[in-house]
Ligand binder design. Structure first.
Ligand code: CMC
Length: 429
């Protein structure tokens, strides 16, 4: 079969050259411009990566027009309905769903890696009580590199696998320790007899509040199921900003925990994972249905930096399939926890108003996953400043899967974009 190509012509010089078209399993063809500079003496300019693929990957596929999201080929709604978060994490990391024994071994190993070195508590104690938990997460996860560095052989696949398992296992332990530090409660250790999400709830809420856990150690299945669902929906999203950050940092050969810490920093921003916290703050600021038009007008005003948080997406231009699933779950969780939340009613009213507004229709701005995730977290008593931390726990499954994928790829190169220089030309002092 002949290789399909695209021709690029420099109209100022008349020079032209052919470039290969790369085709994935599905999706838009990609022009391979890696030789563009060699062949035509040109670079490409694409701020925000609007039209640029940064790597090849077999993990997640998104069709933004159709609202399709697949993890390793499986549709997100099927995974959300039939799997636990750790089954999805196994799938993302290994390419296939594990059989019963493989899954059991995986979960046992996660349990084994969950404990933190006792000295880590000293790091956590060093933070002021009102430090934002995402700031603590960046610092604490980064500091794991101080505990696991010299013995790490990044050329050994088994060392890489253990690093990924450690990361996934320790993330909820670090997250809950950060929260408990901020409220002055003692840390709770992970337990081998609890599942991933049960452990999270136990470490987060056990003594003195005993929320979700009764005297017989019964952990509310509604909360466990809701967490599983949210973690699955947030587990991966192909080359988003934080995953691309992890990949870029990793391309230098840096310590994996430092690379994940870089990803956490990128996730924190309100345009990305910080949106779930920002949505709640925005709903509280709007306060009542009669103020919706005022805020919609602000969002449309080019001179006002305000944006409708939880709306819009770089890739989804029709609907976010995760938002459809989570919207339904919101009703179920609020009903089953008997949590009356006027903010949910406000969110529904805001969604309706925006979806009928010409500006939002024309720009194809729809509610994204984070328009609703905060409402569920709030119903589960998770504090607002922990919302993005919840996203961090879930996205760790995606980050480590991408890290494992890229580290196993032969011929990896350092990520190093070019620029259009707009500064002064050579001059003398
Ligand atoms: N409210 C008002 N206007 C908006 C919004 C919004 N939420 N989102 C985009 N627009 C407008 C924007 O002003 C621009 O208008 P114009 O073409 O006139 O300049 C147009 O729509 C396209 O926006 P963009 O910023 O070029 O789009 P992008 O693909 O670069 O950004 C986004 C995507 C998600 C960062 C953006 O929609 C946004 O800031 N949304 C609010 C934050 C948010 O909810 N983020 C969570 C994303 S989902 C979770 C995750 O995966 O991280």
């Amino acid at each position: 079969m002949t290789q399909e190509t695209a021709t690029i012509r420099n109209n100022s010089t008349g020079e032209e050259a052919e470039f290969s078209l790369l085709k994935g399993t599905v999706g838009t063809p990609v022009v391979d411009v890696s030789n563009l500079n060699k062949q035509l003496g040109l670079f490409t300019f694409d701020p925000g990566f609007m039209s640029t693929a940064s790597c090849k990957s077999a993990i997640t596929y998104i069709d933004g027009e159709q609202g399709i999201l697949l993890y390793r080929g499986y549709p997100i709604d099927q995974l959300a309905e039939k799997c636990s978060f750790l089954e999805v994490a196994y799938l993302l990391m290994n390419g296939e769903l594990g059989n019963q024994q493989e899954q059991a071994e995986f979960e046992h190993e996660i349990g084994q890696h969950a404990m933190l070195h006792e000295a880590m508590h000293g790091f956590i104690d060093g933070f002021h009580y009102d430090a934002h938990p995402m700031a603590m997460m960046v610092g604490i996860v980064g500091s794991l590199s101080a505990f696991y560095h010299s013995e790490l052989n990044m050329n050994d696949p088994e060392h890489r696998r253990i690093s990924a398992m450690r990361m996934l296992a320790k993330m909820p332990v670090i997250a809950t320790a950060c929260h408990r530090h901020s409220i002055g409660y003692p840390f709770v250790y992970p337990r081998a007899d609890l599942s991933y999400c049960e452990n999270f709830l136990n470490m987060m809420f056990s003594l003195p509040s005993q929320k979700y856990i009764d005297k017989d150690n019964y952990i509310d299945p509604i909360a466990v199921n809701a967490l599983n669902l949210l973690f699955i929906l947030h587990a991966d999203h192909e080359q988003n900003a934080s995953t691309s950050t992890v990949r870029l940092a990793s391309s230098t050969g840096a310590n994996p925990y430092a690379c994940i810490a870089a990803g956490i920093g990128a996730l924190w921003g309100p345009a990305h994972g910080g949106a779930n916290e920002a949505v709640l703050s925005m709903l509280e600021e709007i306060g009542s249905v009669d103020r919706i038009p005022e805020f919609i007008a602000k969002a449309k005003d080019k001179n006002d930096p305000f944006r409708l948080m939880g709306f819009g997406h770089r890739v989804y231009k029709n609907f976010d399939p995760r938002a459809t699933i989570i919207r339904k779950a919101c009703y179920e969780v609020l009903e089953s926890t008997s949590a009356q939340d006027p903010l949910f009613d406000l969110a529904i009213a805001l969604e309706k108003f925006a979806l009928e507004d010409e500006y939002f229709v024309e720009k194809k701005l729809y509610p994204n996953v984070d328009f609703y995730s905060g409402i569920i977290y709030k119903a589960l008593n998770i504090p607002v400043d922990m919302f993005t931390v919840m996203f961090t726990i879930a996205r760790t499954a995606g980050w480590v899967s991408h890290w494992l994928e890229m580290m196993a790829e032969p011929g990896q190169r350092i990520g190093r974009p070019r620029q259009v220089y707009t500064g002064k030309n050579l001059r003398n002092v």
